[in-house]
Ligand binder design. Structure first.
Ligand code: G1P
Length: 289
């Protein structure tokens, strides 16, 4: 059973500067909801309520966001805005959230290593804190279902255009069904001409506790950081690793263009904005022609 999730959220967010100079990229809102709240909601919707968020310097607002704010609650109560009150209480009660700080930014592999004591000998889900995935069945749920069938490390993947492979961890392997692949290669941000495929790691994983030993043995890799992808490649020497091609739409919030697209798509899906916002967009595009 996968009962715990780890959300790494310690990175600098350099791709989104200057907005992320003094605020975490994970708190960038999609309309009115911070990115990380969607990620926590995915855990909850997948049946996980024990969540460890790996934070770091400058990430306090993440903790504040999921904490109770009784003063704010009573203010909203006075105004008798029940919908808003329930929304605020929902955030505070969503899950049992723990925090640990990554002391130095030594990469995703190093960040995950901070979960060793919390996760112990259990398998756990990893959801990158700057990635929202919209799907009918939450992707973490899709992965847990696969894990329960195979009891192997599962990595979520999706195809990306060939010219974008150097932005991602890329996997290679043998397809064993429409959505599943047995892996024989993993490489972090390969050059286009050296990439084993265009199957990119999509920011969701189910890991077994054996990953911690592998991380310990992983030397610094791309960007002089300890890469989770490199640790997984080491682990592959002793264990079978699988990739699940996700059913869903992935939004990488750390990237400015993707962030804009996400905001527009999510706004068009919201009942209160859909009509007028679509009209505004059409008009704006037409006026620009
Ligand atoms: C990380 C992982 C990479 C993965 C990507 C997905 O990279 O290291 O393997 O493909 O997330 O978003 P980052 O985007 O943090 O550089």
């Amino acid at each position: 059973m996968v009962k715990k999730a780890v959300i790494p959220a310690a990175g600098f967010g350099t791709r989104f500067l200057p907005a992320t100079k003094a605020q975490p990229k994970e708190m960038l809102p999609i309309i009115d909801t911070p990115t990380i709240q969607y990620v926590v909601q995915e855990c909850v919707d997948s049946g996980i309520e024990d969540i460890l968020i790996i934070t770091g310097r400058g990430k306090r607002s993440i903790e504040d966001h999921f904490d109770r704010n009784t003063e704010l609650e009573s203010r909203i109560k006075e105004k008798e805005d029940e919908t808003l009150y329930n929304q605020i209480r929902h955030i505070e009660d969503m899950a049992n959230i723990h925090y640990i700080r990554q002391k130095e930014l030594n990469g995703l592999g190093d960040a995950i290593y901070y979960a060793k004591d919390h996760c112990g000998h259990e398998p756990f889900a990893v959801l990158l804190g700057d990635t929202i995935i919209n799907s009918v069945i939450p992707v973490t749920q899709q992965m847990i279902d696969t894990f329960e069938q195979y009891h192997q490390t599962i990595i979520a993947v999706e195809t990306v255009p060939r010219d974008k492979v150097s932005r991602y961890g890329i996997v290679g392997g043998e397809k064993i069904s429409d959505h599943l692949m047995q892996l024989n290669e993993l490489v972090e941000k390969p050059d286009v001409d050296k990439s084993p495929s265009n199957w990119a790691i999509a920011g969701r994983y189910i890991l077994t506790p054996e990953i911690f030993d592998a991380i310990e043995k992983t030397p610094r890799g791309k960007g002089n950081e300890i890469q989770l992808t490199d640790a997984l490649r080491l682990l592959m020497k002793h264990e079978n690793l699988m990739a699940l091609s996700i059913e869903g739409q992935r939004y990488d919030i750390g990237n400015k263009l993707d962030y804009l697209k996400t905001t527009v798509e999510f706004a068009l899906r919201r009942k209160e904005f859909a009509g007028p916002f679509a009209d505004f967009l059409k008009e704006t595009v037409n006026n620009m022609k």
